[in-house]
Design a protein around this ligand. Sequence first.
Ligand code: ADP
Ligand code: MG
Length: 340
Amino acid sequence: MPIRQLPDTLINQIAAGEVVERPASVVKELVENALDAGARRVDIDLEEGGVRLIRIRDDGLGIPPEELPLAVSRHATSKIASLDDLEGVATLGFRGEALPSIASVSRFLLASRHRGAEHGAALEIDGGRVGEVIPRSHPQGTTIEVRDLFFNVPARRKFLRAERTELGHIEDWLRQLALARPDVELRVSHNGKPSRRWKGEGDLLSEVRLHEALGEEFARNTLHVDHAAAGLRLHGWIAQPVYNRASADQQFLYVNGRAVRDRSVAHAVKQAYADVLFHGRQPAYVLFLELDPRRVDVNVHPAKHEVRFRDARLIHDFVYRTLHDALAGTRAGVVAGGAT
Ligand code: ADP
Ligand code: MG
């Protein structure tokens, strides 16, 4: 075959392979966009585990009608404009890839009214074919509907699991988000019935939300940590050693508000617990690490599940030291208990 330039729709479908694995990834991308737009409340309506329908409605800034086609164009973003912006990025999104990718593998509708604009508008895309912008009434904010995910990509559709499984992945991700953003109200419905509501509560993660997300036992056995040094701050809740898990299912780490997995930080936490937990048991925690965005590269992974720290060693030691000190009281207890 001769070399040829691929059509846009196919390029978007290839990119979708990286960012859109299943309905939960669509929910993640769309809710993150709502948060970047300053939403205070996000409504998430799902049908059949999100496979049939995902509808996300927010009360954020909205999109002006003339920018709707751009919002669904590849590499178009309002969040960065230069390499310098990228290096200090504080928003969840910045790649300008999610909407065109999702729209290329679904039946997609975007409707919005920008703050201050008199009228709303909407744009439909069917499997990547972009329609015309048409006027449409809409309250301030944005609604996105994603129907029949992967209807045109049978190879992907085949990998979708049962409704309950897909719903479970969505709920897991929403729980992770609810822990990081107690200030935002989230309402979820599934197959027309309200299924979950996270009430907006203010900026600090309350024990109520902690309890709702991780259960009463976790909430009853936590230590609050909040320590800052060397331009780093680590705060959140860690479980006392008496509360521990067989698996790492209650380990939540956020770097500048973004949920990530990080082996080095996970290792530091494990080390801090080393002498207070039985071998093979896992600690539970919800930890927020805050630092200058310039000290962390978030552009490592298309779905942004990982970050790279400029001074990984320093961060490892800071996390270890902070948690080790926080656990000191419980450690004394263990030693005293062991001696008697
Ligand atoms: P990114 O989030 O990386 O910028 P997306 O493809 O997710 O890329 O979104 C493209 C653009 O569309 C965003 O930069 C933003 O300007 C706009 N946008 C998307 N969703 C929303 C929303 N819910 N509210 C306001 N603007 C939005
Ligand atoms: Mg985005």
